[in-house]
Design a protein around this ligand. Sequence first.
Ligand SMILES: Nc1ncnc2c1ncn2[C@@H]1O[C@H](COP(=O)(O)OP(=O)(O)O)[C@@H](O)[C@H]1O
Ligand SMILES: O=C(CO)[C@@H](O)[C@H](O)COP(=O)(O)O
Length: 479
Amino acid sequence: MSAAEGPLVVGVDTSTQSTKALVVDASTGRVVASGQAPHTVSSGAGRESDPRQWWDALGEALRQCGDAAREAAAVSIGGQQHGLVTLDAQGEPVRPAMLWNDVRSAAQARRLVDELGGPKAWAERTGSVPGASFTVTKWAWLMEHEPEAAAATAAVRLPHDYLTERLTGEGTTDRGDASGTGWWASATEDYDEEILSRVGLDPALLPRVVRPGEVAGTVRDGHDLPFAKGTLVACGTGDNAAAALGLGLRPGTPVLSLGTSGTVYAVSTRRPADPTGTVAGFADARGDWLPLACTLNCTLAVDRVAALLGLDREAVEPGTGVTLLPYLDGERTPALPHASGLLHGLRHDTTPGQLLQAAYDGAVHALLGALDLVLDEDADRDTPLLLIGGGARGTAWQQTVRRLSGRPVQVPEAKELVALGAAAQAAGLLTGEDPAAVARRWDTARGPVLESVERDEATMERITGVLSDAAALLERESR
Ligand SMILES: Nc1ncnc2c1ncn2[C@@H]1O[C@H](COP(=O)(O)OP(=O)(O)O)[C@@H](O)[C@H]1O
Ligand SMILES: O=C(CO)[C@@H](O)[C@H](O)COP(=O)(O)O
């Protein structure tokens, strides 16, 4: 491999299932080295991970990068949104982090929405109507169910902030990830003291919100990662905002991400405030906005269905009227936190491959239903949909999105767009450039465009119909 042309930067994605690290040549965007190490997520009633495991996974991913990581001039860490990390006075986790896909705080979410003026007021104030994914509802759950843990908490962090702080020694976050907490007001771009007081959280426990382009800190002594003391550290951001940076996204281009979560989003210059709660009004990492809809059941749920059927994930067959809503973890879009999976239309001649295709259809349906809601009204409907995340590698996912959207679909060749976005943020610290402009210079969105096919309206309508007819069942707790 030829020598790098420019300084090296490290971009990290600490996502739900694993941590990925890339060492990137800041001049060209060439990925010089990469590494990945898995995390474990609890099963059962909640979804939790030990934050210390993220740090260990980061160390392992960087070790896989070899000497290149040691040469980095700047680093940035992006990661899964919303998770509640509670630290004691020594900076050690008080308990495992409650993750974005933990739905135990659904009752607290409903109560908070009612207590503070209803969905419209929340949307206008924070950009979003908080559901169980949002950090504020998790903190309210902790106060109610584990008051000792809440009382022992000296600092509250988001997942990527926890790692950044262990590197720099400073508690920082950014507007992108802060906007997914429910206690950051998008209207004022500041912490909302009334909301914090309502859930009994002292603002002094929260990290400083670093401005876009500002240095979060420098690498300190006394850690086991391969970075030199004094290396610049960018503030990082939530994984979706990081991928938007990594794609150099401009308003009007929609993104569909297929990972543990399914997300659909676009950059907008207008601050979102959807009172239905379907669209979360996140901030992006630059100063614009990132209206986004998210599902809890995407690649993991469909892979689980394939495993139950004993099929390879690509072994789909065209469906004939069978509907499978793969809501194995409860669901966020549509807002059905207690839902479980639901099958309708099974016949003697239904094949396993058709059932698997129905799971893909069910996973993609809600995301495509929200696609128009995240785009500004004047967006060009023929702009290709950018397909990213681990699932974007799969032919069955690509073809399902193509058929149910009726849009051209572009699959970037770059695999780790969250980590690339973080790397672009780190490069921006060195050059003073806008990270999205860095990513465009690196041509990260390059990849084949699959032409549009006729939209399969019948399947979309059938799934919408089953959802509506099964409403009572889907609201019922089954465990
Ligand atoms: N070649 C592939 N085809 C289809 N799905 C894939 C492929 N490779 C990985 N995946 C899916 O990608 C998922 C992981 O995606 P990723 O975006 O890394 O998730 P997360 O960010 O939530 O940790 C896995 O659940 C797996 O199902
Ligand atoms: O909750 C959301 C977005 O609001 C999720 O998108 C999480 O940010 C987790 O992302 P992945 O680990 O699935 O990429």
